[in-house]
Design a protein around this ligand. Structure first.
Ligand code: FAD
Length: 337
């Protein structure tokens, strides 16, 4: 039986701790509950929004007229990828030889739990995502990444609920997509447009010494703590960085070479140049040390956050001719132009 709450404050489920009430709210911990929740929304003529850890959301102060479904469907299983070889008398069964594992993960799994699991089991490919909050589903939706690694790098397939129709039997809408079908790009995936619900993700990860992976993760974490001190109320970086190759030559000429990392121009640099750093509006502060980090210092509103972001995006456009695009998902707010 689902425990659906009316008028649930979204600030309780976003890392920014901002957001008005969801008309209805429910947490689900199995696919059956998820399907029941969707059916409930349909019966009540309500739209629904699936969320994970709420770590990439800016929700309107007036809330959202939908059923918000918080995905807590977790679980990790692994199987070795390889070929069968005789066990040479050790047992009656052949053994599997190979240098990688398939890791199958339910989408509501906390990303950090998956990262820790892969490090402990010596499976390489997700260790640099250490410290990114939220769920695996949210990370796949936004193709989350850090320090040159993205969640999609080692994805084999994604199981989705392709439901947006009037069908009664939702369990039959379970579809397996290949990585290619997901249209991953920098902080982007096809899921931003098709609105499928991500249910399960399969990765293929190579076996590596766990100590090497743990060291890489440790190095990443120490860098991250400088930008994101513990307890910070934010939704991560607000704007996407800009892929340098997509800019015309005359604009690119204005950007110093050292501001281009992994082929991208830091949105933080552009915002800093137009004076965003340290600006404050009604409880929202743009970090004095990082102009792409908007922090709720307590009592901040979505309106103040949005207005600040819009103001400095405009200034960047005027100065550089570059349109910044939010990485954060705006819920019930107009696009930033
Ligand atoms: C301190 C901090 C540091 C961060 N650092 C990084 C970083 O280094 N790199 C980075 O990429 N991001 C970073 N982020 C942003 C954020 O953590 C990631 O985008 C994260 O992957 C979002 O996951 P989530 O579960 O919280 O998604 P949510 O915020 O809950 O949702 C984000 C979007 O995903 C959709 N969604 C969620 N689950 C599903 C699902 N199962 N099926 C379909 N759609 C779904 C939601 O509808 C929403 O549109 C950071 C955020 C914070 C607060």
């Amino acid at each position: 039986m689902l425990n659906i709450t009316d008028n649930y404050p979204m600030k309780n489920v976003t890392t920014l701790q901002i957001g008005g009430p969801a008309k209805k709210f429910v947490s689900v911990s199995s696919e059956e509950e998820l399907i029941e929740a969707i059916q409930n929304a349909k019966q009540n003529n309500l739209d629904y929004l699936i969320i994970g850890g709420g770590s990439n959301l800016l929700v309107n102060d007036n809330g959202i007229d939908s059923l918000v479904i918080k995905n807590e469907i977790g679980g990790i299983t692994t199987s070795k990828v390889g070929f069968l070889v005789p066990s040479e008398g050790k047992s009656d069964f052949p053994e599997v030889e190979g240098d990688s594992f398939e890791v199958r993960v339910k989408s509501g799994t906390i990303l950090q739990n998956l990262v820790d699991y892969t490090i402990q089991h010596g499976l390489s490919g997700l260790q640099k995502l250490t410290g990114i909050p939220g769920t695996v589903g949210g990370a796949v939706y936004g193709n989350a990444g850090a320090y040159g690694q993205t969640i999609s790098d080692n994805i084999l397939s994604v199981v989705v609920l392709s439901e947006r129709s009037e069908s009664k039997d939702l369990s039959r809408m379970r579809v397996t997509l290949s990585k290619n079908d997901c249209n991953f790009n920098y902080r982007d995936s096809g899921f931003k447009r098709n609105h499928f619900i991500i249910l399960e993700v399969t990765f293929q990860l190579e076996i590596v010494d766990p100590e090497i992976l743990a060291k890489e993760a440790e190095d990443v974490l120490s860098k991250r703590l400088v930008k994101y001190p513990k307890g910070i109320k934010c939704p991560g970086s607000f704007f996407k960085n800009i892929i340098a190759d997509t800019l015309p030559k005359e604009i690119l000429q204005k950007i110093p070479k050292d501001k281009i990392t992994y082929g991208k121009i830091s949105a933080g640099y552009l915002l800093e140049t137009v004076g965003a750093q340290g600006q404050i509006l009604d409880g929202i502060e743009i970090a004095p040390y990082h102009a792409n980090l908007f922090i709720n210092n307590g009592g901040g509103t979505a309106k103040a956050f949005y207005d600040l972001a819009q103001k400095y995006a405009q200034k960047v456009k005027e100065k550089f001719g570059i349109t910044l695009e939010p990485e954060v998902q705006l819920i019930n707010l107009p696009p930033i132009t």
